[in-house]
Design a protein around this ligand. Structure first.
Ligand SMILES: O=P(O)(O)OC[C@H]1O[C@](O)(CO)[C@@H](O)[C@@H]1O
Length: 532
C-alpha cells in the first residue's frame, strides 16, 4: 500500500480555493432547519449533526475526492487485513502490522485477519476461565473470601483507554465489584489509592505492553511491598497483561498472565486484554461482549467509501477541512456526559501520539499541518470554565459535542418543568448553535462572531455497546487522518528522548553525581533544583 503526500492530491488545491470563502453560518439562511436535516447521518446507533460546520455540498464533494485520491478506505482495509503499516520506508522503524481491529473481530467465521483474531479469541477464552474462577471462589484470597476490587497499574495506553471506559461504564458494575487505577510514578498516586482499600480483597492488574515502563515497574514494586507489609502473598493478588516474551511475561510471579501482541499499539489497546481484564472483572463478560460488538460494528461500517455515510471518515475529513484549510490548530472534545469525563484524555493520547508527526511514511519532512492539539472536558462544567474563549477568543476551536438522549442511572427529576437530562442536552445543542451563528450587538464586548465550526454526536444511552462504537469511531477517525497526511500514526518515537534523559538524571542521583563533571549541565540542573 503506497500512500501519497497530502499536497500531491488534486483535491487539495480545490479545497484550498474553496477555503477562501467558507460557508457563512452567520448569514441570513446560513443555518436553517433544512440545513440541519441535510447535514445529518445515522451510523451504528449515533446521529452525527454537522450542519454547524462551514461546509457546502461542493466542499463535501471535494473532501470525498480527497478521500478517494488518498486511498483512505484501501489503506483502512489493508490495515485490517494485516499489512505492515507501522513503518517508515527505508529507515529503522517498528515494522509491525496494525491490528487492534482484530481484538474485536471475534464474532464471525471469516475474520479479516484470521491469525490475530484467533489469538484474540484465545485470550478471551482464558479471561472467561479466570473470571469464572473469581466468581465461583476457586480464585479467592487466603481466607477464601471473594475479590471485590481490581486495581489496574499501568500508564499511557495501559491506563487512559481502560480508565476512560471503566468510568464510562461504571454504572453497569456487578454488585460488589469495582476498579481503581494507578498510573503516575508520583508516589502519592499509589498511596492515595491504596489507603482506601482492603488489600486482602484486591487483585492488582499490572499492565505494560513492553514490560519495561519505568513508572509501571516502580508502582508494581510499591504494590508488592504494600501487600507484603499487610501479610499478603503478592503472587496470590497480582495478575499481569503484557506483550508475549516481554520482561514481565513470567507466569510464576502472577496469579494469571494475559497477552497482548506487538501489532496492537498501546493507545489502541483498550479492547485487547489491556482493557478487558479489568473491565471483565468489574462489569462481567456480557458487558465485555457488548463493548466488543459495538466496536466491531463500527469496524465494518467504516469500510463504506461514501463519506456522507461513513461517520469516522466524514469526521476525519471535516477535521482536515478545519485544520489544514481553515487553519484551526486545535479541537475540543466536549462530552455532555459526566461518565465520559476521561474520554477526552484518552483521545488526547490516541490522536496526539498517533498524528503528532513531522515526517512522512517515506521519512521526508511534511510540508502540511499534521495532528491538531486535542483537549476537552465534560459539559456543562466547561461552560462555566473555558467556553468564554471558545465563543469570543481569538483562537477558533472546532468543537465536537457528544451526548445521549437518556441518562444511565434512570434517576432524574423535573425541576421547573424539565428534567436534568433535558437541561444537559439542550445546553449542548444551544452551545452548538451559539458557536455557529454568533450574535450581533451594539456593545462590542457582547458580540459573538459565530462561524465557529462544531458537530454533535448523539446516541440513545451510554451503554457498553455504544461505548465500543464511540471508541472505534474515534480510533478510525484518527487513522484516516494519519493515512491522509501520509504519516505513520502507529509509532511514538517522540516519547523516547525524554525517557533517555530521565534515565541519565536518575543515574546521577544513584551515584551521587560521581559519573559526571561538577559543571555538567545535568548536575547543575539537579543541584539548582535541590535534588542533588
Ligand atoms: O504499555 P507500556 O509498554 O508500559 O507503555 C505505556 C505507554 O508508554 C508509551 O510507549 C509512551 O511513553 C505509550 O505509547 C504507551 O501507551
Amino acid at each position: 500500500m503506497q500512500l501519497k503526500d497530502f499536497s500531491s492530491h488534486k483535491s487539495v488545491a480545490k479545497l484550498a480555493s474553496l477555503a477562501r470563502t467558507p460557508h457563512d453560518l452567520t448569514a441570513v439562511d446560513g443555518l436553517t432547519a433544512q440545513r440541519i436535516e441535510d447535514y445529518a447521518v445515522s451510523f451504528c446507533g449515533f446521529d452525527l449533526l454537522y450542519g454547524t460546520q462551514r461546509v457546502t455540498p461542493e466542499v463535501i464533494d471535494a473532501l470525498q475526492q480527497l478521500a478517494d485520491e488518498a486511498g483512505l478506505i484501501d489503506a483502512f482495509l489493508a490495515m485490517k487485513e494485516g499489512e505492515v503499516l507501522n513503518r517508515i520506508e527505508g529507515y529503522a522503524s517498528e515494522n509491525r502490522q496494525v491490528l487492534h481491529t482484530a481484538s474485536r473481530d471475534v464474532f464471525t467465521e471469516r475474520p479479516r485477519e484470521p491469525k490475530a483474531a484467533a489469538k484474540a479469541k484465545e485470550q478471551l477464552a482464558k479471561l472467561h476461565r479466570f473470571l469464572e474462577g473469581v466468581d465461583n471462589g476457586s480464585i479467592a484470597n487466603a481466607q477464601g473470601h471473594l475479590f471485590t476490587t481490581m486495581v489496574q497499574v499501568g500508564i499511557g495506553g495501559s491506563d487512559l483507554g481502560p480508565r476512560a471506559l471503566y468510568l464510562a461504564l461504571q454504572r453497569y458494575c456487578r454488585p460488589g465489584r469495582s476498579a481503581r487505577f494507578i498510573a503516575n510514578v508520583d508516589p502519592d498516586d499509589v498511596a492515595a489509592v491504596l489507603r482506601e482499600l482492603d488489600l486482602s480483597r484486591c487483585l492488582f492488574n499490572v499492565v505494560s505492553k513492553s514490560g519495561t515502563t519505568l513508572e509501571t515497574l516502580t508502582n508494581e514494586q510499591l504494590v508488592r511491598e504494600a501487600l507484603l507489609q499487610a501479610g499478603l502473598n503478592p503472587a496470590h493478588h497480582m495478575v499481569a497483561v503484557t506483550g508475549e516474551g516481554s520482561p514481565m511475561d513470567d507466569a510464576t510471579k502472577y496469579l494469571a498472565s494475559f497477552h497482548m501482541y506487538d501489532y496492537i499499539g498501546g493507545r489502541y489497546s483498550a479492547t485487547s486484554m489491556v482493557g478487558l481484564v479489568t473491565l471483565g472483572f468489574a462489569l462481567g463478560v456480557e458487558a465485555v461482549r457488548a463493548l466488543l460488538e459495538g466496536a466491531h460494528a463500527v469496524d465494518l461500517a467504516a469500510e463504506e467509501r461514501d463519506i456522507r455515510k461513513n461517520v469516522p471518515l466524514l469526521m476525519a475529513l471535516l477535521g482536515i477541512w478545519n485544520h489544514n484549510f481553515l487553519g484551526h490548530a486545535t479541537i475540543a472534545i466536549l462530552p455532555y456526559s459526566q461518565a465520559l469525563a476521561r474520554f477526552p484524555a484518552h483521545l488526547q493520547q490516541c490522536d496526539m501520539e498517533s498524528n503528532g508527526k513531522s515526517v512522512t511514511r517515506q521519512g521526508n519532512p511534511v510540508t502540511w499541518q499534521t495532528g491538531p492539539i486535542v483537549w476537552g472536558e465534560p459539559g456543562t462544567n466547561g461552560q462555566h470554565a473555558f467556553y468564554q474563549l471558545i465563543h469570543q477568543g481569538t483562537e477558533i476551536v472546532p468543537a465536537e459535542f457528544i451526548g445521549f438522549r437518556h441518562n444511565q442511572y434512570g434517576i432524574d427529576l423535573e425541576v421547573q418543568g424539565t428534567s436534568s437530562q433535558q437541561k444537559l442536552i439542550t445546553n449542548m445543542l444551544a452551545q452548538s448553535l451559539a458557536l455557529a451563528m454568533g450574535k450581533d450587538d451594539t456593545n462590542p464586548a457582547r458580540r459573538f462572531a459565530g462561524n465557529r465550526p462544531n458537530l454533535v454526536l448523539i446516541a440513545d444511552r451510554l451503554t457498553p455497546s455504544t461505548m465500543g462504537a464511540l471508541l472505534a469511531i474515534y480510533e478510525h477517525r484518527i487513522a484516516f487522518q494519519g493515512f491522509c497526511w501520509n504519516v505513520n500514526s502507529f509509532d511514538q518515537e517522540g516519547v523516547q528522548l525524554g525517557k533517555v534523559l530521565a534515565t541519565r538524571l536518575l543515574g546521577l542521583l544513584t551515584d551521587q553525581g560521581q559519573s559526571a563533571r561538577d559543571d555538567s549541565l545535568e548536575k547543575s540542573l539537579l543541584r539548582r533544583s535541590g535534588m542533588l
